[in-house]
Design a protein around this ligand. Structure first.
Ligand SMILES: NC(=O)c1ccc[n+]([C@@H]2O[C@H](COP(=O)([O-])OP(=O)(O)OC[C@H]3O[C@@H](n4cnc5c(N)ncnc54)[C@H](OP(=O)(O)O)[C@@H]3O)[C@@H](O)[C@H]2O)c1
Length: 330
């Protein structure tokens, strides 16, 4: 059986190029569950994989796509039957395992989760890894006792995939969200999503050596890392909590120990790729029900396999706003 896929290959000049090609199901890696993919979505890791980042993908040619939603075509595992609707996000999908930018994927039975009741395959990919990561960040803030009366919650990289989902979920749950963005033209979109205020990225990029700044936030969802995360840590209330998941600003974090030992600040790392299966299911259930950010719908753009690359290029330049889903097959 042959299928269409967005494949990235290494050129003779060490450059990387992508094209839509025909593959055979026999080319897919071993695994118990063969899935006919209907939707995928664009994530920063896909942009890295498509540009030859060896920290994400070691061998090319390769099919990226860390997210997929579709129907089980064949299963060698009794937990899944032909026709089951499933989501696969994270693990090794799209990194070194042939990914969701294709009509078929084959994965170990431990990777898919059944689509929660009331969530369509399309909507699950509107959220995708970005939504799962944002929801895991919110889950952790709530587990640490952060509730709306505690004060403002800052979200950095607010117009990006994870950031916009975090703004939408937190606002939906009644938090006062301060969206932090580098894009002047994203202000209306972020207010529309529910942010109470929008501040420029430079406002949270402190260059002083001060260990503390004015305590402004009860909590933060940081998606960018670097000096912005360091500034967030200096700006939290006593007992404040920040989650961190991303590194688009920088993977480095230069901070002092003072926020932690003098203010009891807590910093929580978020990983959506290998997070516990039961937690993953719980958070997807929230996304399907009480955390469902209805306002997100306005931010959804759809693309096809043929125009993935142009959007991934924009993503690498930090110019993409909102979420992009990829319609793979009907
Ligand atoms: N840990 C996990 O499980 C996990 C899961 C998913 C993603 N991630 C990571 O989280 C990060 C965000 O992912 P994403 O899918 O949301 O990416 P994205 O859609 O490209 O969003 C990133 C956003 O960061 C901001 N930004 C871009 N360049 C920046 C810079 N130099 N300094 C500060 N901010 C900058 C931009 O928003 P503004 O213009 O609004 O500031 C941009 O839209 C990535 O590093 C990704 O690898 C981690």
């Amino acid at each position: 059986m042959s299928f269409k896929a967005f494949e990235v290959s290494e050129g003779p000049d060490n450059g990387y190029r992508s094209s839509v090609v025909n593959k055979s199901v026999d080319d897919l890696p071993p695994g118990e569950v063969l899935i006919n993919v209907q939707y995928s979505s664009l994530n920063y890791k896909d942009a890295l994989s498509s540009s030859g980042n060896k920290g994400v993908t070691k061998n090319y040619p390769h099919i990226p796509g860390i997210d997929a939603a579709g129907i089980v075509e064949k299963s060698a595992d009794p937990h899944f039957l032909k026709g089951d609707k499933v989501i696969v996000t994270g693990y090794d999908l799209g990194m070194n395992t042939s990914g969701g930018f294709a009509e078929y994927i084959r994965v170990p039975a431990s990777w898919p989760i059944r689509l929660p009741e009331g969530l369509s395959r399309k909507r699950s990919m509107m959220y995708g890894t970005a939504g799962l990561t944002a929801a895991l960040s919110v889950y952790n803030l709530r587990k640490m006792g952060v509730s709306p009366p505690n004060g403002k919650v800052a979200v950095t990289g607010a117009s990006g995939g994870v950031g916009s989902m975090a703004v939408a979920i937190l606002s939906h749950l009644g938090y006062h969200v301060t969206a932090v963005t580098g894009k002047k033209d994203a202000v209306n979109m972020l207010i529309d999503l529910g942010a109470k205020e929008v501040i420029p990225r430079e406002a949270l990029d402190d260059q002083s050596k001060k260990p503390f700044l004015k305590a402004q936030y009860a909590a933060a969802v940081d998606t960018v890392g670097g000096n912005i995360l360091a500034t967030v840590l200096k700006s939290l209330h006593y007992g404040g909590v920040a989650t961190c998941c991303g590194l688009v600003n920088s993977p480095d974090l230069h901070t002092t120990i003072y926020p932690f030992i003098l203010k009891g600040v807590r910093l929580i790392g978020i990983d959506s790729a290998l997070c516990d299966h039961a937690l993953r299911k719980e958070v997807w259930e929230h996304l399907a029900t009480d955390w469902r950010p209805a306002k997100m719908d306005r931010l959804i753009n759809t693309c096809k396999l043929e125009n993935i690359q142009e959007h991934l290029n924009k993503m690498l330049r930090g110019q993409l706003s909102g979420r992009y889903i990829v319609k793979i097959s009907s």
